[in-house]
Design a protein around this ligand. Structure first.
Ligand code: KG4
Ligand code: ZN
Length: 333
């Protein structure tokens, strides 16, 4: 009853092993951040080559950490999308080879379902229905979960994802890549009210998001200051930008909770690591009498433990993929 999980959808190669409950027995992540840093973002071709180099040693490392052998494995789960197709293919091909060689079930997992299920690993006994705000580098979605394995999307971003906006603003501020954690840290020293930035709430009643206008407002602010030869207070600008993103995320999440009548709110994805977002959601959910769940920091950004968590429920529910399983760059939830 051991499940091996593999994640390679973007720039982290990750392997995890779960045992019954489900309980995490091993989790290893090899970040490619230093490799892509000099390019200011992920270079897909380099990412897939890097996954190829890293995956086999990581598999051995995870088995060692869990003190298990290949023969102990009962199933293999792998991210099959969404993500960079070349990167995904490395994980999917490895998982198929393992499933075939060991004659064990193969389970393809949606990366976003993985982010959501990190919460079930972190909070055993967490019950459904719940509402999940998924905020990552590629997605900003409000998902209603009536029961395990069912995902109903109530809202999505119409342009940039929240994490993407963080990364682009960080680059414009000259902070580096990946930008989210750097903006988060700098914003703690700034005054969010020092600079006024727009919030896109869209049409009345819409649970969709839009962050490209806010991103442009930050870029325009920087350009204007440059033309006038004025010094920009980067901490204030980072704080004002972050607050504008969070205002909309929190407001729409509370609206969606009201509409669905849920008592539980989940937070998932890389941006769920944001300290101010956690704090603001904690305050608002408490006021509204709702319970907020979020994973620990290492389960927010990409990892294989979350893929294992989602894979575990699928495995137990009897879900199986065959060896024709393919990577899908735009796989919907
Ligand atoms: O979920 P993730 O690791 O990868 C995707 O599936 O996209 O999310 C990565 C995103 C990046 O845009 C990164 O800047 C953002 O999550 N991020 C943060 C923080 N930590 C990571 N954004 C804001 N505050 C953070 N502390
Ligand atoms: Zn992710």
């Amino acid at each position: 009853m051991y499940l091996l999980a593999i994640e390679s959808s973007c720039d982290e190669t990750a392997v995890a092993i779960l045992g019954p409950a489900p309980r995490l027995l091993a989790s290893v992540v090899a970040s490619q951040v230093p490799v892509h840093q000099k390019f200011g973002g992920v270079v897909p071709e380099i990412a897939s080559r890097q996954h190829l180099l890293t995956l086999n040693p990581l598999l051995e490392q995870a088995l060692q950490q869990a003190q298990l052998n290949w023969e102990h494995l009962g199933a293999v789960a792998v991210t099959r999308g969404p993500g960079l197709v070349g990167s995904l293919l490395v994980g999917v091909s490895a998982a198929k080879a393992i499933a075939w060689a060991l004659n064990i079930p193969l389970i393809g997992v949606n990366h976003l379902a993985g982010h959501i299920y990190a919460n079930f690993l972190a909070h055993p006994g967490l019950e459904l229905p719940a509402l999940c705000l998924v905020v990552s580098g590629g997605h900003t979605d409000l998902i209603y979960l009536p029961e395990h394995g069912r995902f109903e999307r109530l809202g999505r971003t119409r342009d940039d994802a929240a994490g993407e906006a963080f990364d682009k603003v960080a680059r414009a501020l000259g902070l580096g890549y990946p930008g989210g954690p750097l903006v988060d840290r700098l914003a703690r020293e700034g005054n969010p009210e020092a600079i006024s930035l727009p919030r896109a709430f869209l049409e009345e009643g819409s649970l969709d998001f839009s962050f490209s206008g806010l991103k442009s407002a930050v870029l325009n602010y920087l350009n204007r200051a440059r033309q006038r030869g004025e010094e920009v207070n980067k901490a204030d600008l980072a704080a004002a930008f972050q607050e504008a993103v969070i205002d909309v995320l929190v407001e729409k999440t509370l609206q969606a909770a009201g509409r669905t009548g849920v008592e539980r709110i989940l937070l998932a994805g890389g941006v769920a690591a944001n300290s101010r977002l956690r704090q603001r959601l904690e305050e608002r959910t408490q006021q509204a009498g709702l319970k907020l769940y979020y994973p620990p920091l290492d389960l927010c950004t990409d990892n294989a433990a979350m893929i294992g968590a989602a894979g575990w429920y699928l495995w137990q529910a009897g879900y199986r993929d065959d060896l024709y399983l393919n990577a899908e760059a735009n796989l919907p939830l």
